[in-house]
Design a binder for this molecule. Structure first.
Ligand SMILES: [Cu+2]
Length: 156
């Protein structure tokens, strides 16, 4: 009986090691089986297309059409920072709609309306954003909105 208690204490201490990953990490991995759509951020490579929403550029695919439940991850493949930041409303405003809040990662679901990848350094990826409701979601880059650097996610 004493031996069993010792084993139980050992197992409990292993389960509480400080190196264990916190459950609420912002870079949470996407569960197995959930479809992922990666969107590339690159102003030099992804360039301008005329479409339903006007001129789109800087992101690929653009527009990205995904099914409800897909997880979007933005990835910066260029040598300087970008963001992918939500624009509320159905059209791109003439001037940049962004505030400094766009430089911080925010949001986990597209239908929340206010979400941003935050400032993505070269090679960095965003937090996962779930395409949780059908619609057309406009977004753009805090730094290069006027270039233009604008994208659309179409969720069906
Ligand atoms: Cu940019």
């Amino acid at each position: 009986m004493r031996w069993l208690l010792l084993v139980a204490a050992t197992v409990a201490s292993v389960a509480c090691t400080p190196n264990a990953q916190p459950a609420t990490s912002s870079s949470a991995t996407v569960p197995v089986g959930v479809p992922v759509q990666r969107v590339d951020l690159n102003l030099g490579a992804n360039g301008p297309l005329q479409g339903t929403f006007g001129v789109l550029a800087g992101y690929a695919p653009n527009p990205a059409t995904v099914a409800v439940g897909t997880v979007i991850v933005f990835h910066n493949s260029e040598g300087f920072p970008h963001t992918a930041s939500a624009i509320t409303g159905g059209t791109f405003p003439a001037a940049s709609p962004f505030t400094l809040a766009a430089l911080q990662p925010s949001g986990a679901r597209l239908s929340q309306g206010q979400w941003s990848s935050g400032e993505l350094q070269p090679g960095a990826s965003s937090q996962p954003l779930t395409a949780d409701a059908p619609g057309a979601y406009l977004y753009g880059c805090f730094f290069h909105y006027g270039s233009p650097m604008r994208g659309v996610l179409v969720v069906k």
